[in-house]
Write a protein that binds this ligand. Sequence first.
Ligand SMILES: [Zn+2]
Ligand SMILES: [Zn+2]
Length: 254
Amino acid sequence: MDTTIETPQPKYRIGKTPTPDGLYPVTVDGQLVGHIYRWHGEWWARVIGQTVDWQYSSREKAAAALETAAASKDKPTGASQAEGIAAAGIVPWLHPRMKPTRRNILAAGIALGRLVELAWEPLHGYPGSDNRWQLRCLVCDQTVMRWWSHLRGRNGDPTPRPVWRHEGCIALEKQAARVADLLPMPTSTCPCEVAHPTEREAVHELLVEAERARRAGDTESLRTHLVRLLGPCPASSARSAVMAELAEKRRKQA
Ligand SMILES: [Zn+2]
Ligand SMILES: [Zn+2]
C-alpha cells in the first residue's frame, strides 16, 4: 500500500528567457500556463489566453498563482486586477501597459526621437523609463535590453550612461563615428504623407485632441493622433525637441 503523503510542492517552473516584451513564461509539467513580469516594482501574472493581469508582491507568488489557476481552470485569486490595461497597444510605439496620457505620450515621443539619434531601434513600444526596453543596436545589429533611464542621460546632459553601448558591440572608440554614419540627414520639416507635427503649437493641439479622445474612449481618433505624435518620421528629432520643451514647461508649472 502506498503511504506517501502528497505534499503540495510547487510544480511551476519560471523560464529564464523573457519574451521580447519582458514576460517570463511559467510552465507546469512542461505546459505553458501563463507569464509573469515585473512592472513598477510589483510582479504581475497573466494566465495564458487571458488579457487581464494580476498583481503580486513577489515573482514566486505570481508564478504560484498561475499554477493554482491552471489546476482549477479558474482565475487567479488573492490579487488585485490591473486596471484598464489592454493586452494590445493602440499603436506600436507606446507599450500596452503605458496609458496614452499626455505625460506618457510626451515621454515616449522624447525617447523615440532620441533613440534615432543614438542609432537604436525599439522592438516594442516605450515601456516607461524604469522598465526593460528591447532594442536593436543599429551599430552591430544585436538585440539587447536597456533602460531608458540610463540612455537618456542625467542632469540635462543627454549622454547615455554608461557611454559604452553594450556587451559585445564594436570597440568603444569606433562607436561614435559609426553612429554618425548611420544617422539620416536631420530635417526640421516632415515629408511624410501622414503629417507629423514639429511645431510647438501643432504638437500641443494634437496632444489636447489625443487627451480628449482618450477621455471619450474614442480609440480610433486616439490612434490617428498617436500615429502623428509617435510614428517614425525623418523630422522626429525636431518633434522630440518640441515635446521636451512642452514636458519641461509642464514640470515647471507643477
Ligand atoms: Zn552594438
Ligand atoms: Zn513625418
